[in-house]
Design a protein around this ligand. Structure first.
Ligand code: ZN
Length: 265
């Protein structure tokens, strides 16, 4: 009799565990899972050595942004293809064997789609996006396709060792502007509590449909665009294992410097 009760309890525990696994899987299926390489503060301090290959990164998602080894340009991953916009303003395909020191990617799933046909500058567009979020405590992946009246982007040149801090590199950024351009914004929004790990607020990269123009977005004006928003409820992060990362002090708060780097001023 005792043995039968033990068996029943054992089977119940196994069933509960299986239910838990199925629940985890179903929320991963419904929501976006963010995969991040390194931290924004590590990048701010000049940790530009590649951590994993783009082949490995693309196994974690088909949509994202970041940079490539030695801080060579701005990276955008769209529909499973990784592009690099270099400091010469040209767009290059990134080989799977190349490495990234910092990237965020997800297998993009949209929970909300909205068509707009208004003239929004970057600030106004971001204010509008704020109204679409179900909570300020989740992360969001944002895809915006369409026609843009104007897009102003920047890129940064590849660095050599000893690597300078990101705030110094950005002072030598190249800035490019395009008008009436069709393309896609790939971006993310993070709450303030992500500070140190990623960029609080919005971070967008752009690529044109003809794959000839793009970069880290500084300013824009929207035309007729389609907004897709993916809610992120899962977060996986890979930290580098090189000596620089093992020994760097990532304690200081760098929010002010990050804001100035992101705005390119
Ligand atoms: Zn960027």
């Amino acid at each position: 009799m005792k043995n039968t009760i033990k068996k029943i309890i054992f089977i119940l525990i196994i069933l509960c565990f299986l239910c838990f696994l199925v629940t985890c899987k179903s929320t991963e299926k419904q929501y976006n899972v963010l995969y991040q390489v390194s931290t924004i503060n590590a990048l701010m301090y000049g940790l530009y050595d590649g951590v994993i290959s783009f082949g490995q990164l693309k196994a974690k998602g088909n949509f994202g942004i970041g940079t490539s080894h030695a801080l060579n340009g701005e990276m955008i991953l769209l529909d499973g293809i990784a592009y690099r916009i270099e400091a010469d303003g040209k767009v290059y395909n990134i080989d799977d064997s190349e490495k990234t020191p910092f990237a965020i990617v997800t297998e993009f799933k949209s929970q909300k789609t909205i068509d707009i046909n208004s003239l929004f500058n970057l600030d106004k567009m971001q204010n509008f996006l704020n109204t679409l979020f179900i909570s300020k405590n989740y992360f969001y992946a944002i895809r915006i396709d369409g026609i843009f009246k104007q897009v102003k982007v920047r890129s940064v040149p590849a660095q050599s060792k000893p690597y300078p801090a990101l705030s110094k590199v950005v002072k030598k950024q190249s800035v490019f502007t395009s008008g009436n351009v069709s393309g896609t914004l790939v971006g993310f929004w993070f709450p303030a509590y992500i500070s140190g790990v990623n960029v609080p607020g919005y971070h967008f990269h752009f690529i044109s449909n003809d794959r000839k123009f793009g970069g880290h977005v500084l300013e824009l004006e929207t035309g007729q665009v389609k907004i897709n928003i993916g809610v992120i409820r899962h977060f996986k992060m890979l930290l580098p294992e090189n000596n620089e990362f093992l020994n760097i002090d990532l304690t200081p708060n760098m929010d002010r410097e990050i804001r100035s780097v992101e705005r390119g001023r």
